[in-house]
Ligand binder design. Structure first.
Ligand code: GLU
Length: 287
């Protein structure tokens, strides 16, 4: 790899065995890195202490090695970097860009239900109605001091005032590059840090992409809308925005995204059934 060469990453979450959809994404990342004369790193996105299983981390490396994919060391594990995420979160809090939210999911649902028609974020989750945005600062301090469980939410209106209201990124594919306008406001006051860990997927991913010098992010279309929020966070945090490519998702016979919860066969199942890595590569168009 030469200086300034592209750096990509494959970033699975260890909450299930890898399936063909992961294999496609991993192979596409490796293929693009190869063609561009760059490298692809592996990142384990294990911020979720409930769902991330250490045994699955080994299984992921094993499945990828079986497919013929090998990654430069060190392999980043997000759970090792909670202090860095906490610092990024606290920076946003100190600048008045995030506020603590004490609402439970049930309270939010009830509150949202009161208003008639419900506006949702791109994941279909009702937009947060802003209940905790304007709580009395003294009461907030007391509730925090008492250790009341809370998430931290981005104050979207303030964030847009601070970062400017126009955002976008360069999308790339084999036909070239194009500018995509981003609309982070559609996420409303998004959660940037969960109750149990000092980050959310969104904050950790933009932090890590910058930390690892990722120049090209290649991931599934299910994360395309999240990129709108990511570019806003990058601006707020003074981080570079990589180029993005959001690839189509592999669907099952019912037209649903592959998922363990829907009984999609894992690579391990396929391997046990006698399929070879070469057959998988060929099936996914990398033969
Ligand atoms: N960890 C995420 C997943 O497994 C991918 C995140 C990303 O590529 O930005 O869906």
């Amino acid at each position: 790899m030469s200086l300034g060469a592209p750096v990509l990453r494959f970033a699975p979450s260890p909450n299930g065995r890898l399936h063909l959809g992961h294999a496609y994404s991993a192979l596409l990342n490796a293929d693009i890195a190869d063609r561009m004369g760059g490298i692809c790193r592996l990142r384990i996105e294990d911020i979720d202490p409930q769902r991330s299983k250490p045994a699955l981390i080994n299984a992921i490396s094993e499945d990828l090695a079986w497919l013929g994919l090998h990654y430069p060391e060190p392999i980043r594990r997000q759970s090792d970097h909670m202090d860095a995420y906490r610092a990024a979160r606290d920076g946003l809090i100190d600048r008045g860009l995030a506020y603590p939210c004490f609402c439970s999911r049930g309270q939010i649902r009830a509150r949202v239900g009161e208003g008639g028609e419900t506006a949702c974020d791109p994941d279909g989750v009702p937009l947060y109605p802003g209940t905790c945005r304007s709580l009395n600062p003294a009461q907030v301090a007391e509730r925090l001091a008492q250790g009341e469980p809370h998430t931290w939410r981005l104050d979207m209106a303030t964030a847009l005032r601070c970062a400017g209201s126009s955002h976008g990124y360069i999308a790339f594919d084999e036909t070239g590059e194009r500018w995509v306008d981003a609309d982070p406001a559609r996420w409303g006051d998004a959660v940037i840090a969960r109750r149990d860990v000092p980050t959310s997927y969104h904050l950790a991913v933009v932090h890590d992409d910058a930390e690892e010098g990722i120049t090209h992010v290649v991931r599934g279309r299910d994360l395309e809308a999240a990129t709108d929020l990511h570019v806003l966070l990058q601006t707020l945090l003074g981080l570079p925005t990589p180029r993005y490519r959001h690839h189509p998702l592999l669907l099952d016979a019912a037209g649903e995204k592959l998922a363990k919860s829907r009984g999609s066969q894992s690579l391990a199942d396929l391997r046990a059934g006698g399929i070879t890595p070469a057959q998988i590569r060929a099936q996914l168009g990398f033969g």
